[in-house]
Design a protein around this ligand. Structure first.
Ligand SMILES: Cc1ncc(C[n+]2csc(CCOP(=O)(O)OP(=O)(O)O)c2C)c(N)n1
Ligand SMILES: [Mg+2]
Length: 548
């Protein structure tokens, strides 16, 4: 039993679900949550930020990295609406998250009290559930249900708001039972079909996506890839499941792999623009590839492509089941020629780019930054990307050495994740390197939250790819119209000085040889440190997809 106000109940239940940190920005409507956190035994950590989007991005990144739900608490009205883009990112990413909003008091509803807004209709399209908790004695059960729903595959955000008068009221309530993780077994016939397709394939490719990591299936994925010796391409949080340098990882031969495959098995990620909408094969008149989709839940299976087979359920069970079915066909791998061909292509791509990673071009080529960074990253580093072209280059040239070491914004592509993701990474991995890669444009969305890093003593190495503009808009606009407009930012803006002014440290780098020593100083500094690198504004990331 807990005898207390709504905040006491909510904090106790959240803790039972593994929540350790409450991300927020102060607002009276949600004071009971703070009081509940302060008076809990032991207290729950309060992490107060400078913009509500940062609170939600931080809660989301906590969920992504720790695979326990994130918690953000937003005050009524503008607090909640400021969090909407970040909630939407969590929705697109399938990140388990509880957002608790304040709400104008029920007894005054309709009379025009401060920040009186009915939030659930705004949040409903981008959450698994968005409801108002009507009375204080329902808070504990509603928070428990919300966290169960958020963490059940396919995961995602849930929103609750609590009218202020109820939130501050007291009740003596029974806390719900501790949650137990449920695993849903896939249909064995589905697994047999996938096993048979694999056994019959000559040129298969396995695509490992974010939900493999989210569902704790990284070992099963590695087992399947290594036992059947299938070439692999990873994306999102699936990056690192096959660590950098793994012989089966052929991401650098992606176009050849997808273009010439006869079977593509996609696990734990939607068949969206990042995967050519699920159409593979066809390179140099190769026939279309058969496509298999494996997902954490039936609702995630693609309906816009014809699938040769599919399976849904706990992804470890799915992947181990596929392996067993493949073994049951009596197959031993027959793909080695295909794999060697992809490995050769990948190696040639790497060799071709070696010059870029060492480039001494002046102005600086952005890829030189990744050449320097790669030499300095430890196996357990967390690298975060927030930006356009600068982050696309990072995706190509930084290959994680372990899963859970790469954070990008995901398919919603929302700029501004940077500082929220970085503070969550520092909290989740206290002894790892945390490197935040920021476009100079992206930096503007969240740089004020360096103040939060400073106040909470959270050292992070920030690297700004300062190309004096919105590169990923500037170059496409030039391509389409022959000119560009509103795509420039001031050259060599001193983002490093902004970080210094907020209590961190930093420096501007204008020569290629200056990058390495600056990174060394940043890693050694023990404070939030900004390496602000002036890069060539004329360089565009060579891209062949637009995402549309
Ligand atoms: C919130 C938000 N606003 C606008 C965009 C559109 N957009 C995508 S990439 C990009 C440019 C990013 O510029 P920068 O961070 O400097 O990286 P660069 O491409 O220059 O390396 C913009 C404006 C977006 N994705 N998200
Ligand atoms: Mg830029």
């Amino acid at each position: 039993m807990v005898d207390g106000h709504g905040g006491d109940h909510a904090v106790a239940v959240a803790r039972a679900h593994g929540v350790e940190t409450l991300f927020t920005l102060s607002g009276a409507h949600v004071f009971p949550m703070y009081d509940g956190a302060v008076k809990a035994d032991p207290p729950m950590r309060l992490l107060d930020v400078r913009h509500e989007q940062t609170a939600v991005f931080a809660a989301e990144a906590t969920a992504k990295l720790t695979r326990t739900p994130g918690l953000a608490v937003l005050t009524a009205g503008p607090g909640v609406t400021n969090g909407v883009s970040a909630v939407t990112s969590a929705w697109f990413n399938g990140s388990p998250l509880l957002v608790v909003g304040g709400r104008a008091p029920a007894f005054r509803w309709g009379t025009g009290s401060l920040q009186e807004l009915d939030h659930p209709p705004l949040l409903a399209p981008v959450t698994k559930r968005a409801v108002t908790v009507e009375t204080v004695d329902a808070v504990a059960d509603e928070v428990d249900d919300a966290l169960r729903l958020a963490t059940a595959p396919h995961r995602g955000p849930v929103f609750l708001d609590v009218p202020m008068d109820q939130f501050f009221s007291r009740a003596d309530v029974q806390l719900p039972e501790a949650p137990v993780r449920e695993r849903h077994a896939p249909d064995p016939d589905d697994l047999s079909r996938v096993g048979a397709l694999l056994a019959g394939a000559e040129r298969p490719v396995l695509v490992i996506g974010s939900d493999v990591w989210a569902d704790g299936a990284e070992h099963a994925a590695l087992r399947l890839a290594e036992t059947a010796r299938i070439p692999v391409i990873t994306n999102g949080m699936g990056r690192g499941v096959l660590p950098a340098g793994h012989p089966l990882l052929v991401t650098r031969a992606r176009s050849e792999a997808f273009g010439r495959a006869d079977l593509v098995v996609v696990v734990g990620t939607p068949l969206d623009f990042r995967l050519g909408y699920g159409t593979f094969g066809g390179k140099d008149e190769a026939p279309a590839a058969a496509v298999v989709h494996l997902a954490d839940s039936p609702g995630q299976l693609a309906r816009h492509v014809e699938l040769a087979a599919s399976a849904a359920g706990d992804l470890s069970m799915v992947l181990d089941g596929v392996l067993k079915a493949w073994e049951g066909t009596g197959s031993s791998t027959a793909y080695d020629g295909w794999t060697t061909r992809l490995q050769d292509t990948a190696r040639a791509a790497v060799d071709k780019d070696r010059g870029l990673l060492d480039s001494d071009a002046d102005p600086i080529h952005p890829v030189r930054i990744y050449g320097e960074l790669n030499r300095r990253l430890a196996d357990d580093a967390v690298v975060i990307g927030d930006g356009g072209d600068f982050v696309s280059f990072a995706g190509k040239y930084i290959e994680p050495k372990a899963p859970g070491g790469w954070l990008d914004p995901g398919p919603y592509g929302c700029l501004g994740t940077g500082l929220g993701y970085a503070m969550a990474a520092r909290l989740a991995r206290p002894s790892s390197q945390v490197v935040l890669l920021l476009g100079d444009g992206a930096a503007g969305f969240s740089l004020m939250d360096v103040d939060t890093l400073v106040r909470h003593n959270l050292p992070v190495v920030m690297v700004v790819g300062n190309n004096a503009g919105w590169g990923l808009e500037k170059h496409p606009m030039r391509f389409l119209y022959g000119y560009d407009v509103i795509a420039d930012l001031a050259p060599q803006t001193r983002y490093d000085e902004v970080v210094r002014a907020l209590g961190g440290d930093g420096e501007l780098v204008t020569t290629p040889d200056g990058i390495g020593p600056a990174l060394d100083r940043a890693f050694a500094s023990g404070v939030p440190y900004c390496v602000n690198v002036a890069t060539d504004p004329e360089l565009a990331y060579p891209r062949n997809t637009t995402g549309v």
